[in-house]
Write a protein that binds this ligand. Sequence first.
Ligand SMILES: [Cu+2]
Length: 221
Amino acid sequence: MKLSPVGVLVVALGGLVAIIMWIVGYFGLPNAVTHRNLAENPPIESSINATGGTAGGAAPAAPGGGTQAQAAWYALGKDPKSLDLTITAQAGNNPMNFNGYGKGDLKIQVPVGWKVNVKFVNQQGQVPHSVGFVQWADRQSPTGQFTPAFNGSTGPEDKFKSGVTSEGESFSFTADKAGQYAMVCGVPGHAAAGMWDEFDVDAKLTSPVIVTPDKGTVTVK
Ligand SMILES: [Cu+2]
């Protein structure tokens, strides 16, 4: 193959021009334009923030929990040494739950002598449920025979046994005796089907504690 002298010259000149342009560009133009100095310039900010929401807008509450903050169902009460609990029979795959937990997955622990204010909410339409705090040995009673753990700790007897639907109910009791107890649904068969969790009264505690498999141990302060 015979190379044309003109062609060789054009290719050589082209290469030379490219090298000159690179040298001019590298040394001639201001450094801030051609080279991003990562040590001096802050990194480019992403419009996506760490919690998954978009910057500048409030992240929507995640239904069913997740890592985003949601209103807690437990809080210290107005009076000293009192705990407010909102216990909800949640709608979902497993109807036999309190706040999503059953079969002892949820553990509520309070110091001896604390007052517990219970608000029960049933989100399951026409399936009746209730809540009461009973002896530990009764936690899976198939007959619905339960012995209240404390005075008034199952609320109104008729509502505890037959359950309530959408209206819910409220009651208070004082956890005046240390021990291991159970929080159950009083509708016959429900506790046996898993609608029970643990309620402990502990002389060593100074604040209530909530223990769950997904959120760990939380001290109510
Ligand atoms: Cu129930």
